[in-house]
Design a protein around this ligand. Structure first.
Ligand code: NAD
Length: 407
């Protein structure tokens, strides 16, 4: 145990640290470390990634922040029991690490996040604190986490609730102009996610935006990351309905079948679903889920995505998609699918993949967008490729190149 603690030189700092995904990521890593669960669902545990010297999950230290108060152990118990998997049986063996994780959770920010997120917050006085001070506070949290755990590197992952869209202005495209807005304390120029990302980049921490919140990786911050040598990537983890879309849509293209309509209906019962029930927050998600269809097909079929909150489902997400398409002699046909998943269980293994790959990118001296990670996101930033199998080929190619440089 002591040896392992000494060996933990890298960490992950989870924004939204008491949320469903964050708790599953941490519990999953602890259980993996003890050999209690297999790494099913982790892409980086497949043969294509052997020999890359990716950090084993038990060598990661975890910390984070949240705007709510809560107990990581109780939250883990609820999630793992509700998902009726082998996780609940692991709890007694990972209690110590969950307690340590819990004690690391700092108070987060709810700056300009809209009323739904602000209503979750246990302290909603962020509007009274200057933006520059908020940036410094988060930088300080990151530095303390690093110092207290004797870490060399930390990856920051945004797993917080989806914010309303941030309207982009000219100053969001230039690092210097953006920095002026922080100094001028222009509250409208940021959401909380913007401050977290800015602080992470200034601290040299690789950064992943797993949420659809567009305020997180604004163009000015992507540029700043590029200039300062920090790897970053987003937006919005691709785990369920959109994953299937990015696999099925290319089939229609390759067989020259015309998609007339694609209608998707999602129901979910966790807190993410509750937040997305607010039209302002939902708009960010819908935009992200709908984009790839026209990108893959090369035209704009009629499409709509609906998301509804059904509390009794808890972490279960059900998506029913109806695809109406046209074939030879104008024959109209249809495909329907129903996807039933547990949101946090689908997301957590790929968050662990992203953390490991972000650490690798930092070690390799990469900067700016990690475009090889496109397959993990619904709307990969500046992504030119939306077809899942091609995105996966890009990642495998990257792994092959990276392996060659390992001495
Ligand atoms: N499969 C998936 O579950 C999936 C896929 C893609 C994206 N996402 C996105 O990942 C995010 C997390 O999902 P989840 O299911 O864990 O949600 P969740 O509601 O369980 O957790 C979100 C956590 O973030 C906290 N939070 C909200 N605003 C914050 C802020 N400004 N600073 C710090 N903490 C804050 C909340 O208190 C909560 O604990 C959501 O934005 C969701 O849309 C999820």
């Amino acid at each position: 145990m002591e040896n392992l603690e000494e060996k933990r030189k890298s960490g992950a700092w989870l924004i939204g640290g008491l949320g469903g995904i964050a708790i599953t990521v941490a519990s999953g890593a602890f259980a993996l470390g003890k050999g209690l669960i297999p790494p099913t669902g982790m892409v980086t545990e497949t043969d294509n990634f052997r020999g890359l010297e990716l950090l084993p999950a038990d060598l990661l230290e975890f910390g984070g922040c949240d705007i709510r108060k809560g107990n990581a152990l109780d939250i883990a118990q609820n999630i793992l029991q509700e998902s009726q998997n082998i996780g609940a049986a692991c709890l007694p063996h990972i209690t110590d690490r969950l307690k340590k994780y819990d004690s690391s959770i700092e108070q987060g920010l709810a700056t300009n996040c809209g009323k739904t997120i602000t209503s979750l917050s246990d302290t909603s006085n962020d509007t009274q604190v200057d933006l520059a001070v908020q940036v410094e506070t988060i930088r300080q949290h990151l530095r303390s986490f690093k110092k207290e755990n004797n870490l060399e590197e930390i990856v920051v992952v945004n797993l917080a609730s989806t914010e309303p869209e941030l309207p982009l202005r000219e100053y969001h495209f230039d690092p210097a102009a953006f920095s002026t807005q922080i100094t001028a304390n222009n509250l409208d120029s940021v959401r909380a996610s913007t401050i977290y990302t800015y602080a992470a980049i200034l601290e040299g921490c690789p950064y992943i935006n797993f949420t659809p919140s567009n305020g997180a990786l604004i163009p000015a911050l992507v540029k700043l990351a590029e200039e300062t040598g920090v790897p970053v990537m987003g937006n919005d983890g691709k785990t369920g309905e959109t994953l299937l879309k990015s696999i099925l849509a290319p089939m229609f293209s390759s067989r020259n079948l015309e998609v007339l309509s694609w209608a998707g209906f999602n129901i979910l019962g966790n807190m993410d679903g509750k937040v997305l029930d607010n039209p302002e927050n939902k708009k960010s998600k819908l935009k992200s889920k709908d984009k790839l269809l026209s990108e893959i097909l090369g035209y704009d079929p009629h499409s709509n995505v609906d998301i509804n909150y059904v509390p009794s489902l808890s972490d279960q997400k059900i998506a029913w998609d109806f695809i109406h398409f046209q074939g030879f002699m104008g024959t109209k046909m249809s495909l329907q699918f129903t996807w039933q998943g547990y949101d946090s269980m689908l997301a957590a293994p790929i968050v662990l993949d992203l953390i490991r790959l972000a650490l690798l990118a930092k070690k390799r001296g990469e900067r700016g967008l990690m475009s090889h990670l496109g397959e993990f996101f619904k709307t990969p930033i500046e992504g030119k490729e939306y077809q899942h199998h091609r995105q996966h080929e890009l990642l495998i190619h990257y792994a092959e190149q990276a392996r060659k440089t390992i001495t």
